[in-house]
Design a protein around this ligand. Structure first.
Ligand code: ATP
Ligand code: MG
Length: 585
């Protein structure tokens, strides 16, 4: 693994791991170097990985910021405790899964700075590779009397399941002979029955207070092609049964999942204990531990809803810079370190909460402030003419690349008679406490001279099209006379002749509602119609418009060249986030 979130704030997951290590709960655990049932693992060596975790996405969409939390937890803890973390594609549901998503997920995990290597192992797995084992295990449960083929319709099964206050009722097929269930299960596999005609159920307890223990379905018929196994199978295991099996085959020690699986834990344990007793799974067995999922304000974190945004054309794709996908955040200009920092600040808890979007933005600022180089840009240009500066002349000004990092050195850019400034930095009739340009006032052109505003030129409609000023020759920044004149305002500028033209894309939140999908709201109703704006801007010369160079445009925010659309000839920059701006007074 290549990167770690800075470890060590304690949390209950660490407490559990440390307790297990102290108790030797997994000491001596055998590992054959590859996933497999007890027959394979028995022949293995004592696992040198002190813990094994896994990140198990279903390849049915791109990863989002919620997944980043799970990635940082699973890969981060494995790294901190000299363990291994597997990347496992949980692809047991044929209809929605695609190779495109597999590739995107691999790219996102690597981009975040993690990998699945441990010693010489490449711990990248697909649950679909275990279909053969799962089929055998299901047969074993039938033979031991712990599962049966139920020929009720899905509706009948639902109706007889009972409610939270009422017990369920046993299926008429529940006590059918083992041989009959085995035969039917074989027929299911052989494609002899249509979808929904029957299903394999665990035989547990229809009267259990936990609804998930009322004979849950473990295999169903689905005549559908799978992205990896094609048409080899027309029966597929249910996620809740497949998941513990996958964990055990991979010899996972700590299976971290989100809180909604808490009620599934008894079934997780039932499955593992049964299959271990039957000799199919090697002990010690994995344990499931739940933590609270990440909810972010102004964001939806559900692959299904994100897919709706893409399919409905509400965004330009999975990596639209407004999307909370890792691909979108990357394109927007988020750094892997900023996302790891965000996840570290979230901590881990058992209580659901909603994090404000600004926490994510602040993590990016905190990551970039010490390292991003500064440049000047003018987003809403107005021409400033220095009337006492000779035409055709220019001179070099210099500024730190990063004021927090003197070692980064300085950059240089020209000053000349005609400059672009922000429209907002001039007012003909200034409000109170306005310290920037207005007739008669003096300001410093940052890194350049102090100028005194002498007036402006307007068009026929009365719009200001040009501002005039005179410079004070002895006041250049960095020269002894720089402090001879005191001014309250300090504005940024670029030389008209030298500035680089660029497209700049400004983004706002994708939703106007902080909780776009809470209750029975339709999140599509809360889409912000003004979440995207594109403008033509002028940028300090010499900028390298290449992706993954992160810039702070002074006073304006953090920007990055767009990964898809920016070229050296036609730079395109995305604003990643604004500055917490104390500049404009
Ligand atoms: P989605 O509804 O977006 O598809 P999911 O939980 O079904 O989410 P999976 O692909 O199954 O998506 O998720 C892989 C892992 O990421 C799981 O262990 C899951 O618990 C975790 N995860 C998903 N969303 C979040 C979240 N918002 N916060 C923390 N962990 C999450
Ligand atoms: Mg899912």
């Amino acid at each position: 693994m290549t990167a770690a979130p800075t470890p060590s704030t304690s949390n209950f997951l660490r407490t559990i791991i440390e307790r297990d290590l102290a108790d030797g709960r997994y000491a001596g655990k055998l590992w054959a170097g590859r996933p497999g049932p007890a027959s394979v693992q028995q022949e293995g060596k004592v696992d040198t990985a002190r813990i094994r975790t896994r990140f198990p996405p279903e390849p049915n969409g791109y990863l989002h910021i919620g997944h980043a939390k799970s990635i940082c937890i699973n890969f981060g803890l494995a790294l901190d405790y000299q363990g291994a973390c597997h990347l496992r594609f949980d692809d047991t549901n044929p209809e929605k899964e695609e190779d495109e998503y597999v590739r995107a997920i691999i790219e996102a995990v690597q981009w975040l700075g993690f990998d699945w290597k441990y010693d010489n192992e490449e711990n990248l797995y697909f649950a679909s590779d275990y279909f053969g084992f799962m089929y055998e295990f299901a047969r074993a449960l039938i033979k031991s009397g712990d599962a049966y083929v139920d020929e009720q319709s899905p509706e009948q099964m639902r109706e007889t399941r009972g409610t939270l206050t009422e017990k369920g009722t046993d299926s008429p097929w529940r006590n059918r002979p083992v041989e009959e269930s085995l035969l039917r299960f074989e027929e299911m596999k052989a494609g002899k029955h249509p979808d929904g005609a029957m299903a394999l159920r665990a035989k547990i307890d229809m009267g259990s207070p936990n609804m998930n223990m009322r004979d849950p379905v473990i295999y169903r018929i689905r005549h559908a092609a799978h992205h990896r196994t094609g048409n080899d199978w027309c029966i597929y295991p249910m996620y809740t049964w497949a998941h513990p099996v996958e964990d055990a085959l991979e010899r996972i020690t700590h299976s971290f999942c989100t809180l909604e699986f808490e009620d599934q834990r008894p079934f997780y344990e039932w499955t593992l204990e049964k299959l271990a007793d039957l000799g199919h799974l090697q002990r010690p067995l994995p344990q499931q531990i739940e933590f609270a999922r990440l909810n972010l304000s102004y964001v939806v974190t559900s692959k299904r809803k994100l897919l709706e945004l893409v399919r409905g054309g509400h965004v330009a794709g999975w990596d639209d810079p407004r999307m909370p996908t890792l691909a979108g955040l990357r394109r927007r200009g988020y750094t892997p370190a900023s996302i790891r920092l965000f996840c570290e600040r979230l901590g881990v808890s058992k209580a659901d909460s909603r994090i404000d979007y600004s926490v994510l933005e602040q993590a990016l600022r905190d990551d970039l402030d010490p390292k991003a180089e500064r440049r000047v840009a003018v987003l809403d240009p107005l021409k400033l003419v220095i009337t006492n500066y000779p035409e055709g002349q220019s001179e070099i000004c210099s500024a730190p690349r990063n004021p927090h990092d003197p070692d980064a050195g300085r950059r240089e850019f020209p000053f000349s008679r005609e400059l672009w400034i922000e429209k907002d930095d001039f007012r003909e009739d200034p409000p109170k406490k306005y310290f920037r340009l207005f007739p008669g006032n003096m300001v410093r052109l940052k890194y350049g001279y102090v100028v005194r505003c002498t007036g402006c030129v307007k068009d026929a409609d009365g719009n200001v099209v040009e501002v005039h000023a005179e410079y004070l020759p002895d006041t250049k920044s960095g020269t002894p006379g720089a402090d001879s004149v005191r001014v309250k305002g300090n504005i940024t500028w670029v030389s008209v002749e030298h500035a680089v033209a660029a497209e700049v894309r400004l983004y706002d939140r994708l939703f106007t509602d902080p909780h776009p999908d809470s209750g029975d709201k339709n999140f599509l109703d809360a889409i912000n119609p003004d979440s995207f704006q594109t403008i033509q801007a002028w940028i300090e010369p010499g900028i390298q418009a290449v992706p993954e160079n992160y810039w702070q445009f002074e006073r304006l925010g953090y920007f990055v060249a767009d990964r898809h659309d920016s070229t050296v000839e036609r730079p395109v920059f995305n604003r990643s986030t604004t500055l917490r701006d104390t500049w404009v007074k």
